[in-house]
Design a protein around this ligand. Sequence first.
Ligand code: SOE
Length: 387
Amino acid sequence: MQTTKRSERCIRIGQVGTGVMALAHSIAYSNIPQIFNGGIRIQKKIIADKTNELAKSGAERLGYEKWTNRWEEVVESEEVDVVDICTPNDLHMPIALASAKNGKHIICEKPLALTAQESKSMYDAVKDGHVKHCVAFNYRMTPAVLEAKKIIETGTLGEIFHFRGSYLQDFAIDKQFPLVWRFKSNIAGTGSLGDIGSHIIDYARFLVGEPIAVVANNKTFIKERPIQSANRNQAPKTGTVDVDDAVSILMQFSSGAMGTIEASRFYHGRKNQLSFEISGSKGSVYFDWERRNELQFYSSEVSQGHRGFTKIITGPDNPYGGILWPIPGLGMSYIETTNVLLHQFILGVLENRQTEPNFYDGFKTAVIMDAVLVSDKERKWIEIGSH
Ligand code: SOE
């Protein structure tokens, strides 16, 4: 097939994985030329999954020109500029190392890898390969969160005393929920800690700064789960869950602020509740993904009789709040955070700028998660070194 030359503003994508996150990323690629109107063209060149059937149906649904059951073909393709990794976590490192070696820019879903050591090797590889890199902490791109960051960085909250954050879901409470890869350490690395806790740890770093120590308590509530079997006549077998279902973390920041973090798949009623509250000497902010187009803001600078949390409804006056609609209150959804994440990364690739969040953020989050595991096992505070 003739190699299509990459024009000035054209980016050619090679995707690995055809699941839910691959769908989110693929929709974002299709949206970028329309939403950002910056003359960027995205070509979806090739997609891979573990079987030809999955790869073919993924290519048809997501709009890729070619498909393969070998991720190596994506990484080696001369028609690919960016490799997008949306696989289970154990494949993140091998695909990223091969991509960097082949000079491909990389977007990788979170958590970056199974461990801090794997994450470090990926970070070193993209630096050595002089390629741009992105870890998909998409929730950073929520206008209300970016507004909270602006409020903090302008000193409006004063000295930060507290970060309290949680990411709560309840899908795993069902004992019949099968033993999927998210419950196996050899594929996922960790359980709720890496799957959803990584997002809230990223918020802590993004909004308050670097933690210098953690102490943690992790729990696996259901230790055996049914193994899905194609043969309905076969008596269902069960397998062992060897990762956490929930974690509680205390954190000490280098700034002197205190942190409290929870991540759990066992909170009935919380379907996807990612939230934080940050409180300082002059005020507080509170964000809840379930009300993602609002930010609660409290200032002690208001006269005593008039103090209270005000509700900021985000829109064009807030970062990325106007990418779609010129009026406040229409709101952004999950897919728009991915649109923004991938657009700012691709713009960085085209303009030869490294953007954030990137593999360094993925690596630092992995260091903190490793420390959480050690703390839970040794039942003590664990110091987090600087990197
Ligand atoms: C877990 O259920 C999950 O799919 C995470 O893996 C994603 O990162 C999060 O955005 C939604 O929940």
